[in-house]
Ligand binder design. Structure first.
Ligand code: 2P0
Length: 335
């Protein structure tokens, strides 16, 4: 039995599209910041040796068939790696809305991977574990590390070099903040996986995006390493726009942002225009309408107030740079 606690991450350079969907090998690299313990997934896994099938509970309830299949497939991948046939009892709780663009699958599959590895006695280093987490949900591989993380696309066909690594620890830039504006807690209408497939298959703009993706990765990595806030905020806004553009360019179009998201884009523009010529914050949107406004401690309160003033914003939460996952001795159920 083992329990792991993991936190989501927010992508500054986005993962959107696979070159191999089965092995979750991305069409390009991505860079993220791991969030702090404001947002957590805690997962307990137990392999009792007496179960005929896996038993899964999420936030105290059973899971629907599609979700269950995805979790069982991941348990199968972990069992295969450990040479085990034992069925599992899994319980998981999120401290934030599931499936609303807050990347609950990133923290979810990161916690599940770590708890399974420990419960099955699977000894792998964090890089190898990130390749396993990737099979559950691409962005989960980045949640295995704290601070600032890059998921390298890799070149190998078997995907063993498509792993995440920390590019800078949280202490590198502890003043950075993700001010999250919750616009909706509803489940998204189309899963990221399906939406990515549609983009790769139907968007012409996608090819254009991937042609400049390497340069975007270099620019964001450099802005992070040099702690150049103004450059970072400009880059992430352009990058978010690029991802949502290829989504819209897909047939039929995929639209995750809504009118509240659009109002947030305007509010950020106005807020930055009032500065001294340098962006003081920058937005980024994932596969949902919620906004992540990245800023520094200096502007945290002003950004929070600016977002609370936007009509339709339900809640604002602030996350610092997270330390990454940890194992816990406090299990979610007793045996
Ligand atoms: C990322 N996203 O780099 C990109 C950017 C969303 C937009 O990886 O596993 O919806 O399909 O349920 O949590 C998608 O995240 O993933 C994703 P799945 P989720 O973070």
């Amino acid at each position: 039995m083992a329990t792991a606690i993991a936190t989501p991450n927010i992508a500054f350079v986005k993962y959107w599209g696979n070159r191999d969907e089965k092995l979750i090998l991305p069409a390009g690299g991505s860079i993220s910041m791991t969030l702090d313990r404001q947002f957590t997934t805690t997962t307990t896994v137990y392999f009792p040796g007496s179960l005929g099938a896996d038993e899964i509970k999420l936030n105290g309830k059973g899971v629907e068939a599609g979700e269950a299949r995805r979790i069982v497939e991941h348990l199968d991948a972990m069992r295969k790696a450990a040479g085990s046939k034992l069925r599992a009892r899994v319980e998981s709780v999120n401290s934030f809305p599931t499936s609303a663009g807050l990347a609950s699958s990133a923290s979810g599959f990161a916690a599940l991977t770590l708890a399974c590895a420990k419960a099955l006695g699977l000894h792998r280093n964090m890089s190898e574990l990130s390749a396993l987490a990737r099979l559950g949900s691409g962005s989960a591989c980045r949640s295995l590390f704290g601070g600032f993380v890059e998921w390298e696309m890799g070149k190998r066909k078997d995907g063993e070099d498509s792993v995440a690594r920390q590019i800078a620890p949280p202490s590198h830039w502890p003043e950075l903040r993700d001010v999250v504006a919750i616009v909706s807690g509803e489940k998204k209408h189309i899963s990221s996986r399906e939406a990515m497939r549609r983009t790769v298959e139907t968007s012409r703009l996608f090819k254009e995006r991937m042609g400049t993706h390497g340069r975007r990765l270099d620019a964001v990595r450099e802005a992070l390493l040099e702690k150049d806030a103004g450059a970072l905020f400009e880059e992430i806004m352009t990058e978010s726009g690029s991802m949502h553009a290829v989504m819209r360019d897909s047939r039929p179009p995929i639209i995750y942002m809504n009118e509240v998201s659009a109002r947030i884009v305007d509010a950020v523009k106005e807020f930055n225009a009032a500065g001294e010529g340098r962006a003081r914050c920058g937005y980024t949107f994932d596969a949902g309408p919620n906004a992540h406004v990245i800023t520094t401690q200096r502007y945290e309160n002003e950004v929070r107030e600016m977002l609370l003033d936007v009509k339709g914003v339900k809640q604002v939460m602030v996350s610092g740079v997270g330390e990454g996952p940890e194992m816990s001795e406090e299990h979610l159920f007793k045996i």
